[in-house]
Design a protein around this ligand. Sequence first.
Ligand SMILES: CC(C)(COP(=O)(O)OP(=O)(O)OC[C@H]1O[C@@H](n2cnc3c(N)ncnc32)[C@H](O)[C@@H]1OP(=O)(O)O)[C@@H](O)C(=O)NCCC(=O)NCCS
Length: 416
Amino acid sequence: MNPQTDRLTGIEFRPAREHERLRFSVAEMKGFSGHFLPQEGELEYRKIDDPMNHTVCAFDGDDIVGTTLWEPYELTVPGGKSDFFGVTGVTVAPTHTRRGILREMMRRLLIDGRDAGYPIAGLWASESNIYGRFGFGISGETILSKLDVRHGRFRAMPKVTGEIRFADVATMEKVAPVVWNRTAEKTVGMMLRTKADWDWIYDRRRIPGFGRRRAFCVVYREGDEALGYAAYRIEHKMEAMHSYNAVRVIELIAATTAADAALWRFLLDIDLAGEVIHHHPKKSNLLWLLADPRKFSFEPYDSLWVRILDPIKALTGRKYSAAGQVVIRLIDEFCPWTQGNYELRVDSHGMATCEETGQDPDVTLPVASLGAIYMGAHYLADLQRAGRVTEHKSGTVAQIDTMFPTSGVHSFLPEF
Ligand SMILES: CC(C)(COP(=O)(O)OP(=O)(O)OC[C@H]1O[C@@H](n2cnc3c(N)ncnc32)[C@H](O)[C@@H]1OP(=O)(O)O)[C@@H](O)C(=O)NCCC(=O)NCCS
């Protein structure tokens, strides 16, 4: 008897069907401890274009007790962009946890990703102790920052020639994607958004059970050219007639230094506000703009987790910072099809070729470690110090650390 499969006796794994869309959302929300309130227009929570055949669910009789969903995305990676198998909607009903339902759904989901030809999968995790065992590696961090606006003085204000105006949704629909795509060209880790993704920002889609998310939007322009925007909400706080509103920045995207500084200045100077809260890239311009940066509370957390599905496609799908040649043995117990020895050759332009090889490896990496360095935000030497790499040929880790990491901004913001 196999205790692993025994615990799953009576559980059926299959995609939800189109007529089960509503039940999928109810089950998903219950898994996240939310209530589903269709009467408040929350039926649009799941994108209309999320096909139910992209789901892997667990059924106990008629009940959906496990949900997963993948969405096709494009993600900016060093030197370009990559198809990205975005995993989301992962829940198991509290009545059915810890008997292997997630493990089985994830196994099936990643096979779907491989069969659909994706080089990498990824997700944003609710807890950081779940996904390492399935071969996902922490590929980047995001910062949750809070700043008491009394400490928001800048060391020096960059020259700003543009101005900021409120924008309605119709304006944002024209402006924001242009600014976003322009910023994404020089930023690793940004998703290229669809219309449905933008609807999150404009409150057209709401997260059931978690209330309304009415946002303000402002655009920074120089002449007719939009160079940045911010979307934010105000959380009202008042004690004894003193207002300490919190300005919660949903996102601030700026294509230039002046746009970035002007938008930050605007957010820090909103009357009746006590603090500004924002999730932003690890390399924040705000840190360097502030006169007293220690007052900036700075809480990093793991954000984008990457999982390699096809090593050759993944390794040749990005550019590198230096030339080099290395043989990597990849260990992957959860998705054994990726296992093997891979020879990676990078030319002086940072372009790679890669093939499976019979040569002895220079280094052995668990697949999660390759995921962790894939986006160029981490050094392999740091993983080596934690025992997550085995170096066979001395100097290989140092060589990989000249090739994989990329300077510049990495922006790992939750998107789905
Ligand atoms: C996270 C969740 C999906 C796990 O589902 P599950 O069916 O209980 O997971 P499994 O039984 O398949 O567990 C697989 C392994 O992960 C571990 N694990 C699962 N969830 C874990 C958690 N939250 N914390 C620590 N370990 C966890 C299990 O102990 C098991 O470990 P093992 O491989 O050593 O045996 C479920 O607890 C849940 O729905 N949580 C609330 C919603 C949520 O956070 N979803 C994730 C969104 S990113």
